[in-house]
Design a protein around this ligand. Structure first.
Ligand SMILES: Cc1ncc(COP(=O)(O)O)c(C=O)c1O
Length: 439
């Protein structure tokens, strides 16, 4: 449904809640200002209602989680929570955990013709990445980690080791292990891939156990690499005895228009990390690897080396089990591709000098804004986000300079909503420029 606003944005209730939150939450967590945020109260499909009763159109799918639509898995949560909401995941597990691990294997390594995939479940994307990095050390005995500039893998310490975003890693660098190499993420097939091949040659495989990559960089600004990147990494990892990890926490489960983004290049990793859309809203994630790699872990003797209290939570597993079934249906990827094509076509109609590039795959789309002199227009993007919020659209921006407007909506976006979005975006960019010029 299109937005329906009945108060100023943010409304009085949101503004009052902001004041309260500022008193009690660590000030680093939630950004609050006169024009941001709105406090969410209810969500369904592509819509969110705030505490003041305003209805918004959400083009973030709440960080990419609600691909199947807000509330899609709520009935599975209700049903399971009526029976049991918490168990002992790594001691006395549930049948649901077996179900989820079996389905993840079937959707990944078995489907790709590489035998059974084995899983470590966890609660957040960052934890799934940490499981993968620990597995790589177990499997190779080598602790070094290679990642890409501006890659985002989460903010836990292990995940920060793979992070290519200086702003997130630098404040904590003194507590991180030093052996870490960062490569340039290739933007084009010729120069980018050639430079990368040279960078790979300079690495010492003796000290590197893991190479982690997002098949499409999300937080970096929806950067789609040239075909050939994943194949090049696969070959280098094979000859170097390095575990190849695909972080598909954002791209996974049809977001890119294929079940997994690595399928655009038909390259199979040793480990895939998934999360976000896996359950449609419950914090659950997974590190799934080829059997021989995962079997580098010793058999449990009753004390798992890597686990957590909520691992395999039954509510999360019930929601994930239903979501995995839905994602496995071929028509979902087809729908995402078709909707993404339509969205890109409408965005392309916006003829604005500030738009430097519109790019993406499926429903993972970025609109990069740059000033005349080529500098990133993060200032304009920031003003556009607030303006779009006042127009009833929930949006975020990506990229190191925050200058890439991000479109990662729930999959079921109608043509009318897409046309509305493009029209509002055109207006918002134009008015942001006037607003900034007047400052
Ligand atoms: C590619 C990627 N990896 C890992 C993460 C971290 O996931 P979480 O925030 O659940 O820890 C994210 C989150 O945005 C992500 O986009």
């Amino acid at each position: 449904m299109l937005p329906k606003l009945t108060t100023h944005i943010p409304g009085p209730r949101s503004l009052a809640l902001s004041q309260d939150l500022k008193k009690y939450e660590c000030r680093n967590v939630t950004y609050t200002a006169d024009d941001w945020p709105v406090f969410w109260q209810r969500a369904e499909g592509v819509n969110v209602w705030d505490a003041d009763g305003n209805r918004f159109l959400d083009v973030t799918a709440a960080f990419g989680v609600a691909g199947l639509g807000h509330g899609w898995s709520a009935e599975f949560m209700r049903e399971q929570s009526g029976q049991m909401i918490h168990g002992m995941g790594d001691v006395h597990p549930t049948a649901l955990k077996v179900d989820v691990c079996r389905k993840l294997s079937a959707m990944t390594f078995e489907r790709w013709g590489h035998g059974i995939g084995k899983t470590i479940l966890s609660n957040s994307g960052s934890e799934a990445v940490e499981s993968a990095l620990k597995t790589a050390l177990m499997a190779t005995g080598k602790s070094g980690v290679v990642s890409f500039k501006n890659s985002y893998h989460g903010l836990g310490y292990g995940a920060l080791l793979g992070s290519g975003f200086d702003k997130f890693r630098k404040p904590f660098e003194s507590q991180l292990a030093p052996l870490r190499k960062v490569l340039d993420f290739p933007a084009d097939a010729e120069d980018g891939l050639i430079r990368l091949a040279m960078q790979l040659k300079e690495l010492n495989p003796e000290e590197i156990g893991a190479l982690i990559v997002e098949p499409i960089q999300g937080r970096a600004g929806k950067l789609v690499p040239p075909l050939g990147l994943l194949g090049m990494l696969r070959s280098w990892c094979d000859v170097s005895n390095v575990v190849l990890i695909f972080d598909e926490i954002f791209t996974g489960f049809n977001r890119s228009g294929k079940l997994f983004a690595c399928e655009w290049e038909s390259i199979v990793p040793d480990i895939i990390c998934v999360g976000k859309s896996m359950s449609g809203g419950y914090p659950i994630s997974a590190c799934v690897g080829k059997s021989d790699v995962m079997d580098a872990w010793p058999e449990s003797t009753g004390e798992a080396l890597h686990t957590s209290t909520f691992l395999g939570n039954p509510v999360g597993c019930a929601m994930a089990s239903a979501s995995l079934d839905a994602h496995a249906e071929d028509h979902v990827a087809e729908k995402v591709q078709a909707t993404g094509d339509k969205l890109i076509a409408e965005l392309n109609k916006i003829d604005h000098p500030l738009i430097h590039e519109i790019r993406g795959r499926g429903l993972m789309i970025g609109v990069e804004l740059r000033h005349d002199d080529g500098t990133p227009a993060g200032d304009v993007a920031g003003a556009v986000l607030s303006d779009m919020l006042r127009r009833g659209v929930i949006m975020l921006a990506d990229g190191e300079a925050g200058n890439v407007l991000a479109f990662t909506p729930p999959f079921d976006l109608s043509d009318e909503e897409i046309e509305f979005l493009a029209h509002q975006l055109w207006n918002a960019i134009s008015s942001a420029i006037y607003q900034l010029a007047g400052k």
